[in-house]
Design a protein around this ligand. Sequence first.
Ligand code: G3P
Length: 225
Amino acid sequence: MVQIFLDTANLDAIRKYNDMGILDGVTTNPTLLAKENGNPIEIMKEIIRTVKGPVSLEVVSTTLDGMLEEARRLARFGPNAVVKIPMLPDGLKAIRRLAGEGIKTNCTLVFSPNQALLAAKAGATYVSPFIGRLDDAGHDGMQVIRDTVQIFRNYSFSTKVLVASVRHPVHVVEAARTGADVITMPPDVLEKMIKHPLTDKGLSIFLDDWEKVKRINPNINLAQP
Ligand code: G3P
């Protein structure tokens, strides 16, 4: 089944959708943490405690030793921690080493099927192609997802395709049609998936009509026999 992750470090939003039972996980990054008030380490730990599913936490070092050191620390935040490693030559080395240590990784800043293929070969648990940023640059972000899904299928890679940089609900539908494993989205996109003007309009008509029923049957109450 396709999994829905929330792309945010905002605990109120995470709690809101987690309580609806529709959240499979969370992805964060330094930019998302910079938008929140408070200590980023404590925020990451609290997200890990709040969500049952995988939570991606990103390293900020770009050297092999630095990434490994940060990744090992982030992995200790909880059993559901997944470490985001940027798509760099040393990032691939780090992914390989961390896979050997049983630490789950999410290769981030992926913009081509070739980068995704190399991350999968290195042993990444997830790869995150950024479709919105590709679209912004005049490329076809969704084609990168289609190609990556097909390549991983052809060779039975266990690496999961995590569609990132999602900007609107049509991205979500198209990503799900490709058979991608995970779609991570900002809270506003998830909210737009829930809402539909015809749902609101239809509900309003049903409630108005029920008022008419009550005028004829003043004692009627659906909650009581
Ligand atoms: O978390 C990575 C990705 O989803 C970022 O999206 O909107 O900053 O391109 P965006």
